[in-house]
Structures are given as C-alpha cells and as structure tokens.
Design a binder for this molecule. Structure first.
Ligand code: NAP
Length: 283
C-alpha cells in the first residue's frame, strides 16, 4: 500500500482563504480582527517565526502589531505591555514568542494574558478549558493536526490513537483533543519501553518527539493515519520529521509529509484562533 499524502499546504490555503473572507467581512463592519505579537530579544529563529505570523495576518485581512524589545526588557516592563494589549480593543489575540530571556518567568507572562486573547492556548486557563471540555482557544499545532486527521474523512470516534510525546504544547493537548473526539488514546514518551508495541495497534499515530526515524514502517498498522509533527534535520541538513517517511508511506493509509504537512497548519490555526477570539469579542 502507498499512503495518500495529507497535504497541509493545500488544507492551509483553504482554511486561510476562509479566514480572509470572514476577517474582511468583520472589517467591513468596523471590527477587523487583530493580533499582537511580542518578541523579546534577538533570537533569529524567533524573529523568523514572528515575521511569518505578522505576514500571514497582513495577507488574510487581519490587523497585526509586532512589538520587538531588547533582551534587557524587565519582567515588569513586559507585564505592563501585556496588560496594555489586554485592554486594547483593536487586539483580539495576543502572543508572547517563546523562548523568553532567562530572567523572565515565562509562566507568569503567559498567565497575565487575558484568556480570551490567549491565541497560543498555552495558559493554564486555556489548558484547563481543554482538559474539562469547555470551549476555548486550542494550541495551534495540535489543533492543526486534528484538522489534518479530519481531512482524511476517517471517523475518529472509536479509533485507537497513539500520541508519541507529552509536551504541554503538542503531545498533551493533542491527546486531549483526540479524546474529546472520542478516540481511545495512548500517550507514549521517553520512558515507554516498547514504542512499537503501542503504535502497531494504532489507527492514528501522531509523532511529536523531535527525533528522526522515531516511527519506522515495522511500527505502523497497515492503513493507519500518520501525522508527523517533528522538525529535524537529516544528514544532508534537509528538514525532516520524526517519521521514516519513505518506509512508513508503504504501510500507512494516510501520511503527512515534512515539510508541507503540520508546519503550514500551525500559523493557519493561529489565524483561525485570532478570528475566533474576535468573533467572540464581537458577540
Ligand atoms: P519536546 O517538548 O521536546 O517534547 C518531546 C517529547 O518527546 C517528550 O514528551 C519526550 O518524552 C518525547 N520523547 C523523546 N524521546 C522519545 C522517544 N525515544 N520515544 C518516545 N518519546 C520520546 O518537543 P515538542 O515541543 O513537543 O515538539 C516535538 C517536535 O515537534 C519537535 O521536533 C518540534 O520542533 C516539533 N514541532 C513542530 C511544530 C510545527 O509547527 N510543525 C510545532 C511544534 C513543535 P519525555 O516527556 O519523557 O521527555
């Protein structure tokens, strides 16, 4: 079997077009959705991430503000900016790019963001909403993974899903979203003795580890949906995921490529969350 490719770039395009239409309609009514991004320091990777987020807003009818501060910014000063943006009526989504300099308590900063504007979905409040099944803003990457799984047309209800990785930003929220969709969920991590024993039983595997070739063909049930969140470099320096793509695609039913799978969906779901926050503020 050769797996069907789940095209994250194409799905992103469709979702972004919808966000654009709805954002422009809101702007026409004088309620343009707005995202504020705070970047502290000069980490080059973070600079690229925030630039891409702001660019995506501009391309899809969202207002955006990028505040870039030197690494010497104090926690008090940062909290003051968060407080100001919390009360800014033009801003519906607010995110502080991680990582922050070591003298700043990242948890305190995330906790200071108005939960209604927490478009990253990283706060304890947002995590609690997800945990308890309340509506709220979901972390962009796992939210995007759900859209990719749904795009296969396979019913998630009743399926066995295995999530590899248990980070607060990807693995845990991914497991909760799958659980909410009525999958039976197993979460594996670095202390799981025999990973393959679990993944071989899975109808859906989400790999969010950060180590290439974590999932190989012999670890996959024929026909399974395989979502690869990982972002690694191979020996040639090319971007690759956690999944041995060439091997696994011969066994799986559906598979996301890297690049072109989960990656494009992350910023897309940030736009979706900002639109949702703006719609909520307007209701
Ligand atoms: P993380 O915080 O480092 O978490 C990695 C998880 O993998 C941990 O829970 C760890 O287990 C587990 N793990 C490590 N080695 C393992 C092994 N041999 N077997 C099973 N589990 C193992 O990373 P993350 O932030 O969740 O990100 C994971 C990957 O996704 C990274 O490559 C990251 O770059 C990528 N990512 C991509 C996007 C995107 O937009 N495409 C977004 C976010 C992240 P323990 O908890 O036991 O340590």
């Amino acid at each position: 079997m050769t797996a069907t490719l789940i095209d994250g770039t194409a799905l992103s395009k469709t979702l972004r077009a919808d966000v654009g239409d709805r954002a422009r309609a809101m702007s026409g009514a004088g309620r343009q959705p707005g995202l504020a991004v705070i970047l502290v320091g000069d980490d080059p990777a973070s600079a690229v991430y925030v630039r891409n987020k702001v660019k995506a807003c501009a391309e899809h009818g969202l207002h955006s503000v990028l505040e870039n501060y030197p690494a010497s910014l104090t926690q008090t000063e940062l909290l003051a900016r968060v407080a100001a943006l919390n009360t800014d009526a033009c801003i519906h989504g607010l995110l502080v790019q991680m990582p922050l300099p070591p003298h700043i308590d990242a948890q305190a900063v995330i906790a200071a963001i108005d939960p209604r504007k927490d478009v990253d979905g990283f706060s304890v409040h947002s995590a609690g909403q997800l945990m308890t099944g309340l509506p709220g803003l979901r972390p962009a990457t796992p939210y995007g993974c759900m859209k990719l799984i749904e795009s296969t047309g396979m019913a998630i209800k009743g399926k066995h899903a295995v999530v590899i990785g248990r980070s607060n930003t990807v693995g845990k929220p991914m497991a909760l979203l799958l659980l909410q969709a009525n999958a039976t969920v197993t979460v594996c991590h670095s202390a799981t003795p025999d990973l393959g024993q679990h993944t071989r039983q899975a109808d859906i595997v989400v790999a969010a580890v950060g180590r290439r070739n974590t999932l190989t063909a012999d670890m996959v049930k024929p026909g399974a949906v395989v979502i690869d969140v990982g972002m690694n470099r191979n020996d040639q320096g090319k971007l690759c995921g956690d999944v041995d793509f060439d091997g696994v695609r011969e066994v799986a039913g559906w598979i996301t490529p890297v690049p072109g799978g989960v990656g494009p969906m992350t910023i897309t779901m940030l736009l979706v969350n900002t639109l949702q926050a703006a719609l909520h503020a307007a209701s």
